[in-house]
Structure formats: structure tokens, C-alpha cells
Design a binder for this molecule. Structure first.
Ligand code: NAD
Length: 639
């Protein structure tokens, strides 16, 4: 993903925001990519610590990317926003509770969503240019991403001041308020990162730390405490109006810019957290109650309109200038019941749309339903699969799904189904295509899906109908880390192995390379048996030797084309597929199409394609297993 660079360097898991042109604003995809990487590194003994930094001078991360939230929210779709916030908050808690050191280096603006990534780790580094803020009340939200935990713990009433006015903190201020730990001049960050990567020892952070120049907040603490101890928002305004100092005037001005409902709820959240002991989970739970309702009942959409879309800076807030009734605050912060934020590692149940329920798709969908997921299926043919609810169209099956899986005959059909389902899917959901198709179709569909705010994964399989039924397929996946992470629990149900091969199309590339080898080795195995026959060599003896010698292969050892020899295979069932010769021909054609467009020399693949074409289209290969090449060779002489 070009917006974020995730890698392991030496002993460090490394995350770098690489979207400086957008002040490193964090998209849903970036958030999920961080989540996926942290989960992998948590289990990886080679990774001793995590270092998070950002490209550019202006910002570490200026917040969550709210364009998509606004677009979906103004169309009355609140589900995307709720999912975004839910998954982002889970990541914030995950960082706060991470069992390995997490070091963040925060230059420039670190606001909102950036605070959620940068300010919960174990070693939070700032420099002279750092400007940390929680400006959410200014867009009709409350300080979130766990920020209210820090605000509730800040000295005196500093939390109320920072949360209600969105004031920016320099390095000393951020350390005072508990948003950062150490001040290290930026010129030393490069050396520090190198040491961390080389040693995996987080104590280098402390040994680089210096005393920051005194910030703006320390001298203001007494004034802040005096005013912000006021028992209500209105009492706070009155108190500031009675203060004719610059501080009083500036603070009143900043206060009046924010949404009153957000400010009153922020005060209530801070009181509740202090009463119960501010923990990250308690903070996120309360914040989520507000953000879950923010589009429908709060001022969030109006705030974004005024600040970002129309830029008239003239939001029409509810309760503007007046007292916010307690009942409005109670309503925004009421418990969410079954929608409450939870912190489980895995989703217990996903809503899955499954399109294409043929020989492969049918048993794959059945396995997902069997594992407890809610599967809605669609197929052109009139099929029914146990445990799967059938829909009347592909779009209907895709509507509201967390993940849509397609298992279709070819790229043209995939493209046409994609046209139907992408508009029906909820942004943030994943489109996972498991069919075998050409690389161009896989990439085109992934691009369309991503443009619609979806995660896209091409994940063709190997293992055939037997593997689909037994749940032992191998998935070869292409797409983003976030997409792969989302689909992974489903791959684990349908298969025994899933490999993330790279960006979109990489799964299909792996599949056709694998199947080109398979086609070639099956032909080689079959012609060797036919030769052995003519030389009077017993087939079993041939198997005994080759299966343990340098000629061994999957086609010989696991899928032997000679009946009665080796483990059970389609050869023992009169060559009923198994893996049909027609499908092998399809895959070989895809490999040759890809070889032509990539200018790769694949003579054996080309010959295998020609032989399977002859077998399927001119001889008796159609509908037979691809290992039925053996009886074909048996019948033939050299000419
Ligand atoms: P299949 O023909 O049995 O199933 C395809 C299904 O898609 C059919 O039920 C068909 O009715 C349905 N379909 C076609 N157009 C549709 C549309 N527009 N909307 C909804 N449904 C539609 O094929 P299969 O064997 O299940 O293979 C599916 C994919 O898996 C193919 O891409 C194949 O190459 C790949 N594959 C197959 C095997 C195998 O051994 N069969 C192994 C690996 C990969």
C-alpha cells in the first residue's frame, strides 16, 4: 500500500506513514494494515519492538480520513462510520496494551486518529515542531481514539481545557498532559531509529531524551484550573466572560467555536472516567457511545460540512450558545447494548455473501456456514446448500455483507458480477475472489472495488473439489495487508494454508504458475508411465522407484494417474474429476496469456496447453480428470 510502509528492519517492526501530501491522514485501509502487522509481530520472536514514524515535516498523522465518513453519512449510511470507529478504537486499545515496546516519533501535527496511533505506545517521542491536539469538538465529535483517557489523567483541569478548546500542545505541553514521554531533537531521530532497529532495545529512547524548552501551558495551569472546574458548560462560559485577560478572551473564543453537545458530553466523559479510574477500554467505550450516534443525532456531519466541505466555518450547532440539557448528554452516552464496543480478537460471526455455488463454491460456502458464519448465497443455477440462505440476486447476497466471496467460471463473468455487487457492498467490506481468472481481470476488479472503498483480495485456490469439501484448500492471495487480514479467518476455515503473495493480481499469478507446473508434470508423469508400459516395466515398480527418487512430484506421489498404483486418486474412479482436463486447459491458457503479455518464454507451458487443447477439444478429454492423459498416451505410438 503506498499510503503506509510496513516492514521488518533488523529487530524492529517498522510502520511509516507515507502520505505526507494528505498530512498522513489515516484511511480505514491504513488502520487495518497496522492492526494486521501488529498482530503478526506480537507472535514473532524476531521482532523485539515496533517503531512508528511518518514521512514529511508537517505531520505525523493529522487524523482519520473523514471524506468517506462524510460521503457515507450524508447518504444515510451510518454503518461505515461505526465500523471505521469500532476497528480504529480496537486498534488504539491494542497499541495501548501491546506486549512489546511501541516507539512513536511524532513531528508536526498529531491530531485525532494520529493521537490514537502515536500516543498510546510505551515510548512517545516529540520534538520542537510537534503539535499535538484533540480538536474533535470543533467538528461535532468528542475527543476519541482513547484520548479522553489521557485527558482524564492530565493534571488539574488541563484535560477539560485541551478537550473543549482543541488547543495545540508543543513538546513540553504534551509531556505535561501525558500525551508524550520524551523530547528528542529531530536531528537525532535517524540515529535513534537505526539503533532501535539494530539492537531491539527500547532503552535507547530514554538515553537520547533531553529536557524540552518550557511550553505554553505550565504558566496557564492556575487559570485553567480556576475556569475549567466550573460545574457546567454554561458556567464555564460565564467564568471566562468574567476574565478580561488575553487568556480569558482567547479561551472563550476557542470554546465558542466547538459544538456545545460535544463539549457537554466531553465534560461528562471526563467526570465518569475520573470517577471509575480512567482506563483505555473505559475511555474508548464511552467515546464509541458518542461516535456511534454522532452522525444521526450529533453535529458531526454539520461540523465536517462547515470545516472541510463548504469551508464556511459557520456550523449550525445544536444548542448553540445555550445550556445543553442533561437529557441530550445522557442520550448520546447511553450504553449501546449489543452494539457496544468489544475488544475480542476475532469477530465471532461474519456476514458473508457467496456468489457461485458450483463444484467448488458449494462446499466452501457450506464449510463457512458450518463454522457459524451467516452465509447468504447466489448462483445462476437453481442450487441449494445446507446452512446457506439463498438470495434472489448477486447484489442481494452482497448487501450488508462483511465479506463477499466469488467462485465463478472465468474473468468475464467475474467482471460482470463485480459490476452488480460493488455498488451494493458497504464501504470497508472485503471483496474476495477465489475463482481462477486472468491477472488483468483480477486487477481491474480490485481497482473498481478499492475505488468504492472496499478491501479487495484475489485468492484463487488449489486443492480441487476434494479440498473444497474437506476444508483443506490452499489460498494464494493478492491485495493489501488489510484485505488479507480480514479474509484470513475465512481462509482458515476453508483451507489449511493461505499465503499472501503480494499486491492485487499476485494470487492469480501464483496460481497460474503453479498450475503450469502441474500441467507439465502431469503430462510428463503420464508419458513416463506409457513409456514404462512399452518397456515392460511394472507400473507399481515404476511408482516405488520414482516416488522416492528424483522424478518424484505431486502428480506421481499424491495424484498418481495409473489406476491401482499409489494413493487413491481419480484414476481409481474411472478418471471422473477431481480436477477436470477442461479446467487444466483453462489454467494453461491463462498462463500462456500472461506469458505473452509479460514477454516470458514458456515453451513447456505452451506445449502442455496445446496437448490439453487437443485432448479436450478433439479427443475424449472433456469432462474427464486431467490425469486421463495416461490412457491417452497408452493408446498412442510415436507418430
Ligand atoms: P462450476 O462450474 O462448478 O461453478 C461455477 C458456478 O458459478 C456455477 O454453479 C454457475 O452456475 C455459477 N455462475 C456462473 N455465472 C454466474 C453468475 N453470473 N452469477 C452467479 N453464479 C454464476 O466451477 P467450479 O469447479 O466450482 O470452479 C469455480 C472456479 O474455481 C473456477 O474459476 C475454477 O477455475 C476454479 N477452480 C476449480 C477447481 C476444481 O477442481 N473444480 C480447482 C481450483 C480452482
Amino acid at each position: 500500500m503506498s499510503d503506509i510502509d510496513i516492514r521488518v528492519t533488523g529487530r524492529a517492526g517498522r510502520i511509516t506513514f507515507t502520505r505526507p501530501q494528505a498530512l498522513n491522514a489515516m484511511t480505514y485501509d491504513m488502520c487495518m494494515a497496522i492492526d494486521a502487522a501488529l498482530r503478526i509481530w506480537r507472535e514473532d520472536d524476531a521482532v523485539a519492538l515496533v517503531v512508528i514514524d511518518a514521512a514529511g515535516d508537517k505531520a505525523f498523522c493529522s487524523g482519520g480520513d473523514i471524506a468517506e465518513l462524510y460521503d457515507t453519512g450524508t447518504q444515510g449510511d451510518f454503518a461505515y462510520g461505526r465500523r471505521f470507529w469500532r476497528d480504529e478504537y480496537r486498534l488504539n486499545a491494542f497499541i495501548a496494551e501491546y506486549p512489546k515496546p511501541v516507539i512513536s516519533l511524532m513531528q508536526g501535527f498529531t491530531m485525532g486518529g494520529g493521537v490514537g496511533i502515536g500516543c498510546h505506545g510505551s515510548h512517545r517521542v516529540v520534538d520542537d515542531g510537534s503539535r499535538i491536539a484533540m480538536p474533535e469538538c470543533g467538528i461535532g465529535l468528542v475527543p476519541d481514539v482513547g484520548g479522553t483517557m489521557m485527558l482524564a489523567k492530565a493534571p488539574g483541569r488541563l484535560g477539560e481545557y485541551l478537550g473543549l478548546t482543541g488547543a495545540r500542545m508543543g513538546p513540553d505541553d504534551a509531556i505535561l498532559a501525558g500525551f508524550a514521554d520524551c523530547y528528542i531533537p529531530r536531528a537525532k531521530w535517524g540515529d535513534l531509529i537505526e539503533m532501535l532497529e539494530a539492537s531491539g532495545d527500547a532503552s535507547h529512547v530514554q538515553s537520547h531524551a533531553e529536557t524540552p524548552p518550557e511550553g505554553a501551558l505550565r504558566p496557564l495551569l492556575a487559570d485553567i484550573d480556576r475556569h475549567f472546574a466550573a460545574p457546567s458548560l454554561e458556567a464555564l462560559r460565564v467564568s471566562l466572560r468574567g476574565d478580561d485577560s488575553d487568556f480569558g478572551a482567547d479561551t472563550l473564543k476557542a470554546l465558542m467555536r466547538g459544538a456545545p453537545l460535544s463539549q457537554a458530553c466531553t465534560l461528562d466523559i471526563l467526570n465518569r472516567l475520573r470517577a471509575g479510574g480512567p482506563t483505555i477500554r473505559a475511555a474508548l467505550d464511552l467515546e464509541y457511545r458518542f461516535t456511534w450516534r454522532a452522525m444521526e443525532h450529533g453535529d458531526f456531519l454539520e461540523g465536517i460540512r462547515a470545516q472541510i466541505i463548504d469551508k464556511d466555518r459557520n456550523p449550525q450547532w445544536q444548542f448553540a450558545g445555550g445550556e445543553v440539557p442533561d437529557v441530550a448528554v445522557r442520550h448520546m452516552l447511553a450504553p449501546l447494548g449489543e452494539d457496544a464496543l468489544t475488544f475480542e480478537e476475532e469477530e465471532t460471526q461474519m456476514k458473508i455473501g457467496f456468489i457461485g455455488l458450483g463444484n467448488m463454491g458449494g462446499p466452501m460456502a457450506a464449510n463457512l456456514a458450518n463454522a457459524g458464519h451467516a452465509v447468504t448465497g447466489f448462483d445462476m443455477a437453481d442450487v441449494s446448500i445446507e446452512g446457506v440462505t439463498m438470495a434472489g440476486s448477486a447484489a442481494e447476497a452482497a448487501t450488508g455483507a462483511d465479506v463477499v466471496i466469488t467462485m465463478l467460471p472465468n474473468g468475464a463473468i467475474l467482471r460482470s458480477v463485480a459490476k452488480d455487487i460493488i455498488p451494493a457492498m458497504t464501504a470497508g467490506a472485503a471483496f474476495v475472489d477465489c475463482s481462477t481468472v486472468d491477472v488483468d481481470s483480477a486487477r481491474a476488479v480490485a481497482e473498481e472495488a478499492q475505488a468504492a472503498g472496499l478491501l479487495a483480495v484475489d485468492a484463487p485456490v488449489s486443492g480441487g473439489v476434494g479440498g473444497a469439501s474437506a476444508g483443506t484448500l490452499t489460498f494464494m492471495a493478492g491485495g493489501t495487508e488489510a484485505g488479507f487480514a480480514k479474509a484470513r479467518p475465512l481462509f482458515d476455515i476453508m483451507g489449511q494454508k493461505a499465503v499472501h503473495c503480494g499486491a492485487s493480481g499476485a494470487g492469480q499469478a501464483a496460481k497460474i504458475c503453479n498450475n503450469m507446473i502441474l500441467g507439465v508434470t502431469m503430462i510428463a508423469t503420464c508419458e513416463a508411465f506409457a513409456l514404462a508400459d512399452k518397456l515392460g516395466l511394472d507400473r507399481q515398480k515404476m511408482f516405488d522407484v520414482v516416488s522416492t527418487s528424483s522424478g518424484y512430484s505431486w502428480t506421481m506421489n499424491a495424484y498418481c494417474p495409473a489406476p491401482g498404483v499409489g494413493p487413491q486418486s481419480p484414476a481409481d474412479n474411472d478418471y471422473k474429476p477431481g480436477f477436470a482436463a477442461d479446467l487444466m486447459l483453462k489454467d494453461l491458457r491463462l498462463s500462456q496469456q500472461a506469458a505473452a503479455s509479460a514477454d516470458a518464454d514458456t515453451p513447456m507451458g505452451a506445449l502442455a496447453q496445446a496437448l490439453y487443447a487437443q485432448f479436450v477439444e478433439e479427443e475424449d478429454g472433456k469432462g474427464r480428470d486431467f490425469s486421463a492423459m495416461l490412457p491417452r498416451f497408452e493408446k498412442r505410438g510415436r507418430s
